[in-house]
Design a protein around this ligand. Structure first.
Ligand code: FES
Ligand code: FES
Length: 161
């Protein structure tokens, strides 16, 4: 066991963890942050994506101890209080959530994509979505949700300028 110190959704945590524990298990089992999903536990489905220092990563492949000192954002850290992120709003408005298992990772990847570029083309949106397997929606509604979120963010940026 080693001491792990990191920041999750803006809060510092220090805990003893074994070298075999993944970041995914650390989040779900040690911190009860169960929004991050375990779809395959081997890097194939994308459902475990979280942001590590601002970049989406598969938490099932990352040993927790390798996240020492990192700033992690999980789906629990995306809304600001009661205010949903535009990607979350758009996913609801477009009916892009069915069982919801893939949704946290879709949102994490969408938030990352739109933070870099709030006017993505179809290809960029498709690439973003393809990082996560969805067994329910057929992806069309998720694609539409990402475009809707982008337009919400452009409008907000315009209104704020
Ligand atoms: S649970 Fe990590 S990629 Fe599937
Ligand atoms: S909504 Fe069910 S897996 Fe995507």
């Amino acid at each position: 066991m080693k001491l792990l110190k990191l920041t999750i959704n803006g809060r510092e945590h220090t805990k003893a963890v074994s070298s075999s524990m993944t970041l995914l298990d650390f989040l779900r089992e040690e911190l009860n942050l169960t929004g991050t999903k375990n779809g395959c536990d081997k890097g194939a489905c994308g459902c475990c994506s979280v942001m590590v220092d601002g970049k989406p990563m598969l938490s099932c492949l990352l040993p927790a101890l390798e996240a020492e000192g990192a700033a992690i954002t999980t789906i629990e850290g995306i809304a600001k209080g009661n205010e949903l992120h535009p990607v979350q709003e758009a996913m609801i408005e477009m009916g892009a959530i069915q069982c919801g298992f893939c949704t946290p990772a879709m949102v994490i990847n969408g938030v990352h994509m739109l933070a870099k570029n709030n006017n993505p083309g179809d290809d960029e949106v498709k690439e973003c979505i393809s990082a996560t397997v969805c067994r329910c929606t057929g992806y069309n509604s998720i694609e539409k949700a990402m475009h809707l979120a982008a337009s919400k963010m452009r409008r907000a940026a315009h209104d704020g300028s």
